[in-house]
Every structure is written in structure tokens, then in C-alpha cells.
Design a protein. Structure first.
Length: 61
């Protein structure tokens, strides 16, 4: 029973960290888009997640 609780706790912590990381990346991209005077880039914040790493697609404008 303790092992099950441990696994659930670890999964919860990993999920929370992932959500925080995604929100941070989105916030940073939003600030960069606003500062660079291109708020049109705000709408295209698609994230590609590969093997645990968060990579942002290159801008094509």
C-alpha cells in the first residue's frame, strides 16, 4: 500500500512540474512576442514534446 501511494505521489509531482514548465515556456514566449512588437506570434504557441524535452518550433515569418 505504501508503494502505491509513493508511485501516485511521484506521478503527481512529475505532472505538476510538467504543467509549470509548459506555463513558463508559454509565458516567456508571450513576453518575447509582446516586447518584439509582434503580438501575432501569441496565437501560434504550439508546443512539441519529445522524450520529456520541450522544444519550440521555429518561427516562419
Amino acid at each position: 500500500m505504501v508503494a502505491v501511494r509513493f508511485v501516485v505521489a511521484v506521478r503527481f509531482v512529475v505532472a505538476v512540474r510538467f504543467v509549470v514548465a509548459v506555463r513558463f515556456v508559454v509565458a516567456v514566449r508571450f513576453v518575447i512576442a509582446v516586447w518584439s512588437g509582434r503580438p501575432d506570434g501569441v496565437g501560434e504557441m504550439s508546443l512539441t514534446v519529445r522524450s520529456g524535452d520541450i522544444t519550440l518550433p521555429d518561427r516562419t515569418d
